[in-house]
Design a protein around this ligand. Sequence first.
Ligand code: ATP
Length: 307
Amino acid sequence: MIQTRNLTRHFGDVRAVEGLDLDVGAGELVALLGPNGAGKSTTLRMLTTLIAPTSGTARVAGHDVVTDRAAVRRSIGYIGQGNGAGHTQRGRDELVTQGRAYGMSRAAARSRAAELIESLDLGPVADRRVSTLSGGQRRRLDIAMGLIHAPRLLFLDEPSTGLDPQNRANLQEHIRALRERHATTVVLTTHYLDEADSMAERVIVVDHGRVIADAPPARLKAALGDRVTLGFASAPEAASAVALVGGVLDGTRVSVPAEDGPALVPALLRDLDLAGVKVASAAVSQPTLDDVFLSLTGRSLREGVTA
Ligand SMILES: Nc1ncnc2c1ncn2[C@@H]1O[C@H](COP(=O)(O)OP(=O)(O)OP(=O)(O)O)[C@@H](O)[C@H]1O
């Protein structure tokens, strides 16, 4: 459904996307995960023909994003960050207008709108003015707008940014259900780790415009084994612990990979005690996607996340 080869986009000196090779098959639900500025939106904007690549190629639904933009656009739905439905119309009318803009007959647009209103649980609010909808309802309406022409492929740029946890969970549920019902391929970007972890069959981790990992979330995490997280009273103490026992420094915490976490703790505590480094806390955990990111880049995915 998507193939990119060496896809690159520079903005002046900024290398937003650098040599991206991506293959997404029909029916997959893929999350592009990365910190702010990693190049996720730029990737989506190239795949949806909103901006042209600096170099490299991308085919979406069998069409080239540069030479066949109209065909790409007909095949996809795109819901960008914070864009979406206008404010003065009623939700249902917005959907029909959008369907008409895609060349659908009024009857076809109406019937598709009704189907999406039901799928996305918008029935009680579909005939209200868009300006009166809550953030979560508005976001679901945006998604219905992106799906009105029954695209085979849906791009969602940070669908749950700005939503409270309850609305976020609700939206995730709707995206899952939609996919089952309409067999749509979904590519979404997120910097919510739990969202990528729970929703996506495949997580593509990007950093500085490059893919640094691409696998099902469970496999990415299993590859790391257990983690022993040691807490220290100060960052310098944590740094001396890293010098002694290895691991990755994250503020006043040190995360040490271990095949068998519980078995490693006594040895770590003994070594640090002998060296006079005081451990404030120790915990064993299964890795998260943030640990995956940390182990790949030495930085936490949570750093610099603004939303
Ligand atoms: N139109 C533009 N002009 C100049 N630089 C840009 C432009 N669009 C994006 N960039 C830069 O390209 C880099 C990648 O941005 P992009 O928006 O793709 O990141 P992102 O991973 O989507 O981040 P976020 O999670 O914040 O949305 C950033 O350094 C950004 O400042």
